[in-house]
Design a binder for this molecule. Structure first.
Ligand code: C2E
Ligand code: CA
Ligand code: CA
Ligand code: CA
Length: 278
């Protein structure tokens, strides 16, 4: 038994070493990824539940390296911990605004573009100056930019967060709370933040219509958002039954595979053209 324990430990430490090595490798390659132009933005359409019109797109990062397309959950957490997120996040913001402006100039229907901001980006940089400069440099109108923030970013330093949000709001951009319902937010808490959009987390949508609890929670969140005069969008919508439910509860917008997966810019552009109202 003693031996077994030792083997087990050995196995465990080898695993740890491999994980640590992988992490260091990722961090190393991540440091060069911007210069090597390895990041891509994909765009996932956001549509009106009632009319099916496209109202926006969420910009989602991908990392194209050594022939692989790496999903964000494999590197964003490392970027966040190492502070590399600052450079990556600035790249995302700039690229989304540049692309948005190009689509506007090409005469495509104007849509909002939503960009994810990580807690580090939000709290450890002069994010207001960065956003203002990016809008000025790219010429993308502030009214078409939306920033998605998670509860963890807003909860960490509440007073400071409210101050930053107010300054961002004064620039004329939209502010959204992402993954709503997965943290500790309460109604009272939401009221003190200048937020325009509430995104219902996919985990509440997944089991509609099988789970009546999830349906009640979703309906309550929609009603609450309306009381607070926020627009409400459901994420991760995949089925007609989910759509029917959201429509019956007057959810404003939705996003999910039911309409489209996140698309590379050129494919998103085709999608947008096909959905152009006549
Ligand atoms: P998120 O902000 O909650 O983004 C939504 C995720 O759900 C995306 O995964 C999207 O592809 C996926 N999704 C959308 N609709 C459906 C659906 O109907 N079914 C299923 N199964 N999935 C759906 P993705 O692109 O892998 O991004 C994962 C997370 O990585 C994002 O979660 C966000 O937290 C983070 N992320 C992505 N891009 C950025 C970025 O530019 N900056 C930062 N800070 N984080 C990012
Ligand atoms: Ca998001
Ligand atoms: Ca989300
Ligand atoms: Ca989510």
């Amino acid at each position: 038994a003693k031996n077994e324990g030792r083997n087990c430990f050995k196995y465990f430490s080898e695993e740890l070493t491999r994980a640590a090595r992988e992490r260091i490798g990722t961090e190393f390659r991540l440091r060069q990824a911007i210069e090597k132009n390895e990041f891509r933005l994909f765009y996932q359409p956001q549509l009106c539940v009632g009319t099916g019109d496209i109202v926006g797109a969420e910009a989602l990062i991908r990392w194209q390296t050594s022939g692989e397309l790496i999903p964000p959950l494999k590197f964003i957490p490392i970027a966040e911990e190492t502070g590399l997120i600052t450079g990556i996040g600035n790249w995302v913001l700039n690229e989304a605004c540049r692309q948005g402006k190009a689509w506007l100039d090409a005469g495509l229907p104007p849509i909002r573009i939503a960009v994810n901001l990580s807690p580090h980006q939000f709290l450890h940089n002069d994010i207001c100056a960065i956003v203002a400069n990016t809008l000025a440099e790219t010429g993308f109108p502030a009214e078409y930019l939306e920033l998605e923030l998670t509860e963890s970013a807003l909860m960490k330093r509440e007073k400071e967060a409210i101050d930053i949000l107010n300054r961002l709001h004064d620039l004329g951009i939209h502010l959204a709370i992402d993954d709503f319902g997965t943290g500790y937010s309460s109604l009272a808490y939401l009221k003190s933040f200048p937020l325009d959009v509430l995104k219902i987390d996919k985990s509440f949508i997944d089991d509609i219509p099988m789970q009546s609890d999830d349906m009640e929670i979703t309906a309550t969140i929609i009603a609450m958002a309306k009381t607070l005069r926020m627009q409400v969008i459901a994420e991760g919508v995949e089925t007609p039954a989910q759509m029917a439910f959201l429509s019956s509860r007057n959810c404003d917008f939705y996003q999910g595979y039911f309409a489209s997966k996140p698309l590379p810019a050129d494919e998103f552009e085709s999608f947008l053209k096909q959905h152009r109202p006549l």
